[in-house]
Write a protein that binds this ligand. Structure first.
Ligand code: NAD
Ligand code: UPG
Length: 333
């Protein structure tokens, strides 16, 4: 096998990781997933060729064993905790898991001369936008401990480049959403905090009415605007980033979004159109820490990686989430 095709995927049993793993497995990559299954699901890994190792990225002994056994050419690092609100009340949990534990992973990579790293970063590293759409040169002033944890790891990774020649791509996702088109895998977080799955749960009666957090934002309809990016478009960006590093590309940070913003009310309306059913919702107070508008300028990803997202319409993204919600697993692993 081509020696650039053996890769380690941390957090590969999670939402975005599992979709990426499925895409990579379809391209004949040899994939080892390392996931402690604290939030992930083993059933989310649907390709028999993928090896799932249940374990922690901070377990040095396990990592040494894995890197001795496999000649990894690159690591895709999805493993992290990602609840913004929880990070405010329990910052320790976030700094340990998202900053400290990855250092064991980075050290093991350097020990074994595996020097390509693709990191799941976030638009939350920018903090409150000074302008939109956000490009990569927007100042990074993260507000939440979650955003800070991702920003800190970005800074540390840069030092591994200087010292050890590690090459990286930071992929700063905007709002991951949707599911596989065939409805086989999708988003199943527990607890779920993301808008689209909550809306679909409210439609089917699996949850109470959705709360619209804040109606007095300076946007056309008063609700927050986000850039929803399909999970398989994120997965494809990882494949492009891998190919870019394999071709000797320089380290890079790039945004992943569609460049289109949709308000909370627009997402609700689109979900009603896709499903043909009403969304029970109530207007509520603002949620602490929400920025008014987060929309990506993702031109750099097109220019450097040749990445152009397929899903640009929110209704197409919601349709895939609805396929998952109404498919064989009914939206749950
Ligand atoms: N979902 C989004 O909108 C979004 C946006 C920006 C960035 N991100 C980032 O993308 C990545 C994936 O997000 P997701 O929504 O798929 O989250 P997820 O919780 O579904 O997936 C993360 C996976 O990592 C695993 N994990 C966590 N800590 C681990 C550890 N110490 N060792 C081994 N495994 C561990 C979990 O069990 C889970 O399977 C995260 O790094 C997140 O911060 C997500
Ligand atoms: O019950 C709900 C849930 C959400 N919202 C609103 O919907 C929008 C989207 O919220 P959510 O789906 O929770 O995503 P974000 O808070 O934008 O954060 C996500 O997207 C960020 C990047 O934008 C990532 O960094 C985070 O990890 C990820 O949780 C926001 O305006 C929320 O206020 C509601 O009105 N009601």
């Amino acid at each position: 096998m081509d020696n650039t095709k053996t890769i380690l995927v941390t957090g590969g049993a999670g939402y975005i990781g599992s979709h990426t793993v499925r895409l990579l497995a379809g391209l004949d990559y040899h994939i080892v997933v390392l996931d402690n299954l604290v939030y992930g699901h083993k059933e989310a890994i649907v390709n028999d060729s993928v090896e799932l190792v249940q374990g922690d990225i901070g377990d040095e002994e396990l990592l040494q064993e894995l890197f001795k056994k496999h000649q990894f050419s690159a690591v895709l690092h999805f493993a992290a905790y990602a609840y913004v609100g929880e990070s405010v009340s329990d910052p320790h949990k976030y700094y340990v898991n998202n900053v400290a534990r990855p250092l064991t992973l980075l050290k093991t990579m350097v020990d074994h001369q595996c020097l390509k790293f693709i990191f799941s970063s976030t638009c939350a590293t920018y903090g409150n936008p000074e302008y939109v759409p956000l490009d990569e040169s927007h100042p990074q002033n993260p507000v939440s401990p979650y955003g800070k944890s991702k920003f800190l790891l970005e800074q540390m990774i840069k030092d591994y480049e200087t010292a050890h020649g590690l090459k990286y791509v930071f992929l700063r996702y905007f709002n991951a959403s949707g599911a596989s088109e065939d409805g086989l895998i999708g988003e199943d977080h527990n607890p779920e905090t993301h808008l689209i799955p909550l809306i679909l749960d409210a439609i089917t009666g699996d949850r109470a009415a959705i709360k619209v957090f804040g109606t007095d934002y300076p946007t056309p309809d008063g609700t927050c605007v986000r850039d929803y990016i399909h999970v398989n478009d994120l997965g494809n960006a990882h494949i492009k980033a891998l190919e870019y590093l394999n071709k000797g590309g320089e380290s890079l940070a790039c945004n992943l979004g569609t460049g289109f913003g949709y308000s909370v009310m627009e997402v609700i309306k689109a979900a009603e159109e896709v499903t043909g059913m009403p969304v029970p919702y109530e207007l509520a107070e603002r949620r602490a820490g929400d920025a008014t508008e987060l929309v990506a300028n993702a031109k750099l990803a097109l220019e450097k990686l040749g990445w152009d997202p397929k899903y640009k319409e929110i209704s197409d993204i919601i349709q895939t989430a609805w396929n998952w919600k109404t498919g064989t697993r009914k939206g749950r692993f």
